[in-house]
Design a protein around this ligand. Structure first.
Ligand code: EPZ
Length: 430
């Protein structure tokens, strides 16, 4: 078992290079199943979830070669050995459900365990399955497995009741080899959708409109090979921005696309944090002697404020001047970080999907638990400014979405160490 030991830290100073996007690379790795040609994906972050996706593709029979030094993965799915994904592997990451669309499109059959819910919500896949059915697949759900079969997918018009990121991605992938045109209406518009569409078009797919709420896919017979570099991780970048805003400092982030950070930049400027956009980076300056202004946050699908940044902003706002109102509209239960922040002395009240934060002068260090990757990052953000020492357990959640989070923070002067405790079994509170 591992823990982070975090002490109240001086203002952060220095530069950090942001890694490739977890939420872009996972669908792109799954999409590599769509072609018998080899795909080389670059700037792949060495994250636990990415290793799991590699294992899932290998287990299916694809050849997956990871060049750690270069940070690239080569995937070749000439054929696959089986059409049923391993429960043991798939149950580790929800994003594994994204192999369904490519397998259905390429081989006309896919059997994938129904992803369970997780702590942030029920996380149903009804919209994914609605899309596959609309394309002509037969869907069966039994014994916790989803089986989809088709003798040849046909394009269709699909309206998403909610602009689901995963459903947009899965249906887009299923449609690239379907006969005729597919139109996804009320599609998600996140940058990771655009990155997947660019990757697929590089393979020879014909996708138009990704990044808008209407995506048109014209089916093609087969796809080629490609080499592709994924976009930087906008949530990793946003997390470092909240760390500086919380404990003060002056840092530069390299390898970012400011366009993707607009919601976080806008809200931090509202909180009187100084942000300067540069050639290929961004500089954030926060005065540690001046508490940030209380601001209101409402999470929305892109280009609204991202739900994946809600916990980190709340941690930052626990010390605000005045108060902050934070409304979570995307997931039904994404406030698990609140009880942990309360243990550190925060003043937060929850009413349904809204958290009312009253700024407090100081947080104090405590023993706390990460409950999901963004909640874990939020606890680190709070611990950097809390008086005394904070012990954060279950940090495997954090390692799923952030590579070298503690190393990168230490390089900025943060007082954070990773404690490896061999004898204590990791608590599975999933
Ligand atoms: C993706 O999850 C991200 N994960 C999540 O990031 C992110 O929080 C989420 O999009 C929203 O931006 C990856 O990309 C791997 P959704 P996804 O489908 O695709 C409901 C992180 O921290 N819904 O857009 O699962 C669902 O219940 C993770 O990196 C249905 O009702 O999100 C939820 O309330 C956490 N039916 C809402 O839509 C469906 O069929 C958003 O879910 C699908 C979704």
């Amino acid at each position: 078992m591992e823990k982070f030991i975090v002490e109240q830290s001086p203002p952060l100073k220095g530069r950090v290079k942001i890694g490739g996007s977890k939420n872009a690379v996972l669908p792109i790795m799954a999409a590599s199943l769509l072609t018998e040609g080899g795909c080389t994906i670059k700037d792949v972050p060495p994250l636990k979830d990415v290793y799991t996706m590699k294992d899932i593709l290998t287990d299916l029979g694809a050849v997956v070669i990871w060049n750690e030094k270069e940070g690239s993965v080569h995937i070749q799915a000439q054929s696959i050995a089986k059409k049923e994904a391993s429960y043991e592997l798939v149950s580790k990451i929800r994003a594994s459900f994204l192999i369904m669309g490519p397998m259905l499109a390429r081989w006309g059959e896919a059997k994938v365990p129904l992803p369970g819910g997780c702590l942030i919500g029920a996380r149903p896949v009804d919209l994914h399955l609605k899309g596959f059915s609309a394309l002509g697949a037969e869907i069966e759900i039994a014994h916790g497995m989803v089986t989809a079969k088709s003798k040849g997918l046909k394009g269709n018009k699909i309206y998403l009741d909610f602009p689901s990121v995963g459903a947009t991605e899965n249906i887009m992938m299923a449609a690239v080899l379907a006969e005729g045109q597919t139109v996804i209406e009320n599609a998600a518009t996140e940058p990771e959708i655009v990155d997947l569409s660019n990757f697929l078009n590089n393979l020879g797919a014909q996708i138009r409109g990704a990044g808008t709420d209407t995506v048109k896919i014209t089916g093609v017979d087969k796809l080629k090979s490609t080499e592709y570099t994924v976009i930087p991780d906008r949530i990793e970048a946003g997390t470092f921005m909240t760390c500086v805003a919380a404990c003060g400092g002056d840092i530069e982030l390299e390898n970012i696309l400011a366009e993707h950070l607009k919601p976080m930049i806008a809200k931090l400027k509202e909180a009187a944090i100084e942000i300067t956009e540069m050639q290929n980076g961004i500089r954030i300056i926060a005065d540690p002697t001046r508490p940030i202004k209380g601001i209101d946050i409402k999470t929305m699908p892109y280009p609204g404020f991202p739900t994946d940044m809600q916990a980190q902003f709340m941690a930052m706002l626990t010390g605000c001047q005045g108060s902050a109102v934070i409304t979570e509209t995307v997931f039904e239960n994404r406030f698990m970080h609140v009880p942990e922040l309360l243990r550190m002395g925060a003043d937060i009240k929850i009413e349904s999907r809204t958290a009312f934060v009253e700024g407090v002068k100081n947080l104090t260090g405590a023993n706390v638990k990460a409950t999901d990757l963004r909640a874990g990052a939020a606890l680190v953000t709070a611990a950097l400014k809390a008086q005394g020492v904070t012990e954060i357990s279950n940090i495997y959640h954090i390692d799923r979405g952030y590579c070298g989070f503690d190393e990168k923070l230490r390089s900025l002067g943060a007082k954070i160490t990773r404690l490896v405790m061999e004898d204590i079994k990791e608590e599975q509170n999933e």
